[in-house]
Write a protein that binds this ligand. Structure first.
Ligand SMILES: [Zn+2]
Length: 240
């Protein structure tokens, strides 16, 4: 009886897969294969499109490409103005940042471009949908505790203490959310109030932030964050 030939060994299959991946990459990059922009890793981030598996990769690319980042940010509704780079010494200052002068986020603050894109995407794809589903109305104002501060990570003192992402204007602390009817949802008072619409809204807002920011810290993380959500585009992934 005829026997089926054995499966190709790993020694053959791996180079074949690599060759196929390279061929697809080349076809995409050279324009011979056309994918919808949302699924093309080389297409710029479309902030209005529903986020997908490539969104995080595209956001990450913006941090290394200031011109692309500013172009993407101009496509958002976030009112802002680019600001010159600033070296404050001692590991503080910012690069490729903007001044966010949007009334929805007043008072104005300085934020890196890539964090500002993450903020705009969070507002559009996580914050407003959560507000509509829990309260049937949008958030009119995001109450914050500021972005830039030349300081270490809270509680990190002494030699080798780590600079906070706030020292690079790469983080924003959100203290509360004001709904259109004037109602205020505050992290300090509403986060612990379980079960309530406010507490579940805040958890959903935090979970949504984890999709666009690298560091997302809530009162669940530690006592230093009992009154705000810390959102940053730093090098570490944390969703707590
Ligand atoms: Zn913070």
């Amino acid at each position: 009886m005829r026997r089926f030939s054995p499966r190709p060994s790993g020694r053959i299959a791996i180079p074949l897969l690599l060759a196929a991946a390279l061929l697809i990459a080349w076809a995409l990059h050279s324009g011979r294969l056309v994918l919808p922009p949302a699924w093309n890793p080389w297409a710029p981030l479309d902030v209005a499109a529903p986020p997908n598996a490539l969104t995080r990769y595209k956001l990450q690319r913006l941090a290394d490409d200031p011109a692309l980042c500013h172009a993407v940010l101009r496509g958002t509704t976030l009112v802002h103005t680019p600001v010159p780079d600033h070296d404050a010494g001692g590991g503080c200052g910012w690069q490729s940042a903007v001044r966010v002068t949007d009334a929805r986020f007043a008072p104005a603050f300085t934020l890196t471009c890539s964090a500002a894109v993450a903020l705009a995407m969070w507002e559009r794809h996580a914050l407003q949908p959560a507000a509509l589903s829990h309260f049937a109305q949008p958030v009119a104002h995001v109450e914050h505790l500021g972005s830039y501060a030349c300081r270490n990570v809270r509680g990190d003192r002494g030699e080798g203490a780590q600079r906070s992402q706030h020292a690079l204007a790469n983080a924003l602390d959100v203290a509360g959310l004001h709904l259109r009817d004037g109602r205020r949802v505050r992290v300090l008072s509403d986060w612990p109030r379980e079960p309530s619409a406010e507490a579940s809204f805040l958890r959903e807002v935090r979970d949504g932030a984890c999709r666009f920011f690298n560091g997302t810290l809530s009162p669940h993380y530690n006592a230093a964050h009992r009154d705000h959500l810390h959102l940053d585009r730093g090098p570490y992934r944390m969703c707590r």
